[in-house]
Design a protein around this ligand. Structure first.
Ligand code: MN
Length: 262
């Protein structure tokens, strides 16, 4: 188990994301982190890395660029940024908490398998540092409500760090697309069903060559109670513990039975 974080004010916090060092969401999360602790560092990708998943750059060198005091950009993926942050930049005094996000858009259901935001938290978890991923869900008809994430994130961080969680586990938080004072509450949920790429756009490029663009359209199961997607669509903050160990114990047991038969 990761022990509880008893003293947030003296906790070294590493902030990262997948939308890039200049994204509005990381500014929100950095502000939240700085209000909790004086020891906050930012290491994030130079450019947008959404849907980069847990990819690691191993076939070319990486450059770590100091942007300003305690703020660095890496010309790689979210996983690269967290790895360099923990094992290189802050190796002499490692962070004791990693916060990833706030992502522009929800990371719900199967999104978590493509998400660079979740992968940054996953990398920290694998390196032994407890981590929380944050995403702000939004609809098409109005600007993204960063103020909802900013309002609710501190309380979520304070509450979840009060208890320890498994060393194989990261916390995935999604804020709903409602004003901060309209949020119905905080709910502990499980991963639901939400698959990106339901819509493919096929067109010709300016040189007459065909291309296919994977659309943002998602096939969603919005009505299953207890899931992240259902809670967020209904206007609640969703908090899901995700396990990095992908083994399915139930199938493991049934397969063992099959092979025991000889
Ligand atoms: Mn993103």
């Amino acid at each position: 188990m990761h022990p509880p974080v008893l003293d947030l004010a003296n906790t070294r916090i590493l902030v990262s994301n997948d939308d890039g060092i200049h994204a509005p969401g990381i500014k929100v999360l950095e502000k939240v982190a700085r209000a909790l602790s004086k020891d906050v560092w930012v290491v994030a990708p130079e450019t947008e890395q959404s849907a980069a998943g847990h990819s690691l750059t191993i076939r070319r060198p990486l450059r770590l660029r100091q942007v300003s005091r305690r703020r660095y950009a890496v010309d790689g993926t979210p996983t690269d940024a967290v790895l360099l942050g923990i094992n290189h930049l802050l190796r002499d005094k490692k962070p004791t908490l990693v916060l990833s996000g706030v992502n522009r858009g929800g990371n719900l259901g199967e999104d978590v398998t493509y998400s660079g935001t979740v992968a940054a938290a996953m990398e920290a978890t694998i390196l032994g540092v407890p981590a929380i991923a944050f995403s702000q869900y939004y609809g098409p008809d109005h600007p993204i409500r960063w103020s909802t994430a900013e309002h609710w994130a501190p309380e979520i961080i304070r509450r979840v760090t009060r208890v320890g969680w498994g060393r194989n586990v990261l916390i995935n938080v999604n804020f709903p697309d409602v004003a901060a004072d309209k949020v119905s509450g905080v709910e502990i949920t499980r991963q639901g069903k939400r698959k990106i790429g339901d819509e493919l756009t096929e067109r010709l490029d300016p040189r007459g060559e065909p291309y296919i663009w994977i659309g943002a359209q998602r096939a969603e199961e919005r009505s299953t109670r207890g899931t992240d997607i259902e809670a967020v669509v209904r206007g609640a903050v969703s908090v899901s513990p995700l396990c990095v160990d992908l083994t399915d114990q139930h199938t493991m047991a049934s397969l063992a039975t099959v092979f025991a038969e000889g």
